[in-house]
Design a protein around this ligand. Structure first.
Ligand SMILES: Cc1cc2nc3c(=O)[nH]c(=O)nc-3n(C[C@H](O)[C@H](O)[C@H](O)COP(=O)(O)OP(=O)(O)OC[C@H]3O[C@@H](n4cnc5c(N)ncnc54)[C@H](O)[C@@H]3O)c2cc1C
Length: 399
């Protein structure tokens, strides 16, 4: 590791000792701090800011994800903060083919993270500062901040999301698996929630060449929020036009949307985030473990990022750390058990596979994917036609 560059006089300061140091106060870091404290560990959480800055990230939470918040001890706080809505209407083949009633939740991402942060157990030692150096080893880990404060723990948890500075200090390499994989756009609609008939809506892309995955409309409080997922790059002309004229661009690729639900005027800016798929190398090291987006980044179109981060936290904090602390040392052999955890691996691998498959089914012109599209369209149409016939029969013969 790099030599520490500290003002003379600060080098001799004794480190504050703790069981576990977490770097990164986002969703994974805060959840890990909560779960570990509930399990009786002493935790120091290091963040660069006292509030998570405004950020366009996950805005919809499925019930299965809420159950993970529950396991970590944050269920009540997350439920109380988010907007709950019961169901989703799904548009495919030019009509509404499904009206489910499953409960989902929504929130602005930064608001949710800041709410979870306010609910941290009082025992968590929260530090605001910038990490300047890290020394890791099979016994103890030391983190040094740029103002000279030092922290020493048995385990270091890296939860720094997309940020690369801490991983670089640890020699963890980042590999971009799929650059410009997709594009996520977020914006608000002018009409309030009360003017739409659906609890939430998923409008699937209609044509192969449109490169649209889906648009989803859902409530946050009384407003209707849109997340529009596309397979386009941030810098192409289409994206610029969409950001300047979102209503007309939506009309072009989803002509039936306004016919079915009326005016789709957009208020406020259109935020567009380019997405790349990322994995890391050289992560099986003594004394430290990576969780959430710091370990791998999948495509938001799959809606699995939160579940992936919370699965990491659940397995790490509720299964592995309690076992690791029963015996001395924190060598790489222990750490490896977390990365080999079957539940974690299954979640990561399926999210990554979904990221590739959902792009290929919408954009790949190889024969295999043409066949998959044909099969999906034919079977989909047949299934929905049978469902509609059964529904009509039931309606005409109620007894
Ligand atoms: C546009 C978009 C839409 C998405 N939509 C969905 C969705 O609908 N459903 C879903 O499940 N997932 C979605 N995701 C993915 C989901 O948001 C992420 O997987 C999840 O938020 C990752 O949480 P995290 O804690 O790992 O990272 P973050 O929440 O980003 O936390 C990382 C934290 O580390 C801090 N940090 C960084 N560097 C340092 C440093 N050097 N020192 C100290 N702190 C540092 C950051 O400030 C931040 O607070 C979406 C992502 C994007 C980009």
């Amino acid at each position: 590791m790099a030599e520490t560059e500290l003002p003379i006089g600060l080098i001799d300061i004794q480190p504050e000792t703790t069981d576990i140091i977490i770097i990164g106060g986002g969703l994974a870091g805060i959840s890990a701090a909560t779960a570990l404290t509930r399990n009786g560990f002493e935790v120091t959480l290091i963040s660069t800011h006292d509030r998570h800055p405004p950020d366009f990230r996950a805005e919809k939470i499925a019930e299965s994800q809420m159950n993970l918040f529950e396991r970590i001890g944050l269920g009540d706080v997350a439920r109380a903060h988010t907007t709950a809505f019961d169901g989703v209407w799904v548009q495919r083949f030019g009509r509404i083919v499904e009206r489910s009633t499953t409960r989902e939740y929504s929130s602005d991402y930064s608001d949710l993270v800041n709410t979870l942060r306010r609910a941290l157990p009082p025992q968590v030692h929260t530090i605001i500062g910038r990490v300047s150096d890290i020394q890791t080893g099979p016994e103890r880990q030391e983190v040094i901040l740029s103002d000279g404060r030092r922290f020493s723990g048995r385990l270091l948890v890296v939860a720094t999301g997309l940020g690369d500075a801490v991983r670089k200090k640890l020699g963890v390499e980042r590999e971009v698996l799929s650059p410009a994989h997709s594009l996520c756009c977020g914006f608000d609609l002018a009409r309030p929630r009360s003017e739409f008939p659906f609890p939430s809506l998923v409008w699937n892309g209609e044509h192969f060449n449109d490169r649209v995955s889906y648009l989803t409309l859902f409530p946050i409080g009384e407003k209707i929020r849109a997340n529009f997922f596309l397979y386009r790059s941030f810098s192409e002309e289409w994206t610029k036009t969409f950001r300047d004229h979102p209503e007309q661009s939506m009309r072009d690729v989803m002509p039936g949307l306004e016919d079915m639900f009326g005016d789709m005027t957009v208020t406020g800016p259109v935020i567009a985030r380019p997405i790349e798929l990322v994995r890391v190398h050289n992560y099986e090291q003594d004394g430290m473990v990576l969780v959430g987006d710091a370990f791998c980044v999948v495509c938001p179109i799959t809606g699995t990022g939160i579940e992936k981060a919370l699965t990491d936290v659940d397995r790490l904090c509720n299964v592995h750390v309690p076992r690791w602390f029963k015996t001395p040392g924190m060598h790489a052999g222990k750490i490896r058990e977390f990365y080999a955890d079957p539940v974690k691996r299954a979640r990561d691998e399926s999210a990554m596979k979904m990221s590739y498959d959902s792009k290929s089914i919408k954009t790949d012109s190889a024969f295999y994917w043409k066949l998959r599209r044909l099969r999906s369209n034919t079977l989909g149409r047949a299934r929905y036609a049978v469902r509609a016939t059964v529904k009509n029969l039931k309606a005409s013969h109620p007894h």
